[in-house]
Design a protein around this ligand. Structure first.
Ligand SMILES: Nc1ncnc2c1ncn2[C@@H]1O[C@H](COP(=O)(O)OP(=O)(O)OP(=O)(O)O)[C@@H](O)[C@H]1O
Length: 253
């Protein structure tokens, strides 16, 4: 699709940064960052806990106009104000084509998104019967669905294609079977001209065919093949033959 992706590149305006010794500029994802290309429909960030995936994803989302705690561009609630200033130091290079749908999904604050939907529906109730917003999320309050069900409702019912979707660890509540369902839904949405930018620890989700995977570690941020990710190697080695690893882990020495 010629006009995809919607987000083509980000650049860190390094000259405007006073110090790379303070958060968020001190974290591996940012310290070595210059340019980052989004040249595939699906871009995936992988890396150890604390490498800076969420910080980077949040800055991309906020810089593009999404609420720092997640949601579509219509969400403006905030229960905390701890998001970093990184977005102010990024330059965004976008396609001429606009996306029609968009969502920033972060596992850690999805609860607040669900609460906000309920509150908006309650506020609309005297005027619109039945309240409409949750219809787009599977017809019942996301609080009345399991964590995994609500994630899946969101992707299946609410995401409508022609979209830019920024997902932070969407696997958090999902069984392996549901993660496969997410892969399938992502594929449908990609065929409907969508772009995904995602941070994940899931070896299932990072197997999305043709995805561009960026590894984040102390040397910075660089493309990596799926089979070379630590997530793939460790999971494969463990599942193929768990005993030696368990023995090593539980040895007294
Ligand atoms: N508001 C903040 N102020 C200072 N340091 C922070 C802040 N938020 C995060 N950090 C630190 O920045 C680093 C990167 O955190 P971040 O949440 O981006 O990592 P991550 O790669 O998403 O980790 P995980 O895989 O565990 O979700 C961590 O060391 C974290 O402690």
């Amino acid at each position: 699709m010629e006009s995809l992706p919607y987000l083509k590149e980000i650049e860190l305006k390094r000259k405007t940064i006073d110090s790379f010794h303070v958060y968020p500029f001190s974290i591996p994802a940012v310290k070595e960052l210059d340019f980052l290309e989004f040249d595939k429909e699906v871009t995936i960030f992988v890396g150890e806990n604390g490498s800076g995936k969420s910080t980077l994803l949040e800055a991309i989302a906020v810089g593009l106009g999404f609420n720092a705690e997640g949601g579509s561009k219509n969400f403006h609630f905030g229960t905390r104000s701890t998001h970093s200033e990184l977005h102010n130091y990024l330059r965004f290079s976008k396609s001429f084509k606009r996306y029609k749908d968009g969502f920033f999904l972060r596992a850690e604050s999805f609860y607040n998104v669900a609460t906000n939907i309920d509150e908006l529906d309650e506020a609309a109730f005297p005027y619109i019967d039945p309240p409409a917003i949750k219809d787009s999320y599977g017809g019942k309050s996301l609080h009345h669905q399991s964590h995994g069900e609500s994630f899946l409702s969101l992707m299946i019912q609410r995401f409508s294609g022609d979209g830019l979707y920024i997902l932070d660890e969407p696997e958090a509540a999902l069984s392996p079977t549901r993660q496969l369902a997410i892969l399938s839904r992502m594929h449908q949405l990609v065929t409907q001209r969508s772009q995904f930018i995602m941070a994940t620890h899931s070896p299932i989700l990072m197997a999305y065919p043709g995805a561009k995977i960026y590894q984040i570690d102390k040397s910075g941020l660089y493309p990596i093949k799926y089979q070379d990710t630590e997530h793939y190697e460790v999971t494969k080695a463990f599942l193929n033959n768990p005993e030696p690893m368990l023995k090593e882990l539980f040895s007294e020495e």
